[in-house]
Design a protein around this ligand. Structure first.
Ligand code: SAM
Length: 203
């Protein structure tokens, strides 16, 4: 009998998803929204940590634009894929770890925390812990960049639905203020209007 792991706090849950090909979230390429940001020149290359990086498309995108990128994921198949597809000309540093257990030596080290389809992957009861994690990883003035997805109102998950206003409020309690928000015109078709780009600045 196959035992299913149903706890999204466990790396085994995500590892089973990768192993069994249940990866509907996986675009197979970087989101065009982040590609636009990376190309825009509005966000200067700096130290970036990508949380719940999956197979690393977005991490590699920013590395190719001169960012110094650390990509974190706790599922071994995701980490193997990131190592396999790493670009030696623009390497991403890959770390297999539970993001909630990142060492304190990383505190204040990053100019950017980037995340896509990760906030909605964690147990909603840990969202405040996630905001605190983001706050501690960033330098003062650093940016949390998220394409907040999927906007909605229904029970269950993952993905656990999000409401952008609630995210902004939750992060403001950890010293963030809103820097930019938009419904991106270049979201992939199936995610138009159900994802919003949020960029929050740490005080
Ligand atoms: C829905 S997938 C999204 C992956 C990637 N961001 C993408 O868009 O393709 C969520 C990812 O977060 C990772 N993840 C979830 N909780 C984590 C944790 N506590 N620490 C590290 N990685 C985690 C999972 O292993 C999985 O690869």
């Amino acid at each position: 009998m196959v035992r299913m792991v149903s706890d999204p706090n466990s790396p085994h849950f995500w590892q089973e998803s990768y192993r069994n090909g249940r990866t509907a979230w996986d675009l197979g390429y970087p989101t065009p929204v982040f590609a636009r940001l990376a190309q825009s020149g509005s966000y200067l290359p700096g130290k970036m940590i990508v949380l719940g990086a999956g197979r690393g498309y977005d991490a590699r995108l920013f590395a190719q634009h001169g960012f110094e990128v650390l990509a974190v994921d706790f599922a071994s198949d995701a980490v193997v894929a990131m190592h396999m597809h790493n670009d030696p000309q623009h390497p991403v540093q890959v770390l297999q770890a539970d993001m909630f257990k990142l060492p304190e030596t990383m505190n204040g080290r990053f100019d950017y925390v980037l995340e896509y389809v990760c906030f909605c992957a964690i147990d909603p009861s840990r969202r405040d812990e996630f905001a605190a994690l983001t706050a501690r990883l960033l330098k003062p003035g650093g940016l949390y960049i998220t394409l907040a997805f999927p906007i909605g109102r229904r029970a269950g998950g993952p993905p656990f639905v999000i409401q952008p206003d609630a995210i902004i409020e939750q992060f403001s309690a950890h010293g963030f203020s809103l820097h930019h928000r938009e419904f991106p015109p270049d979201s992939i078709l199936s995610r138009q209007k159900i994802e919003e780009l949020l960029i929050l600045k740490r005080d």
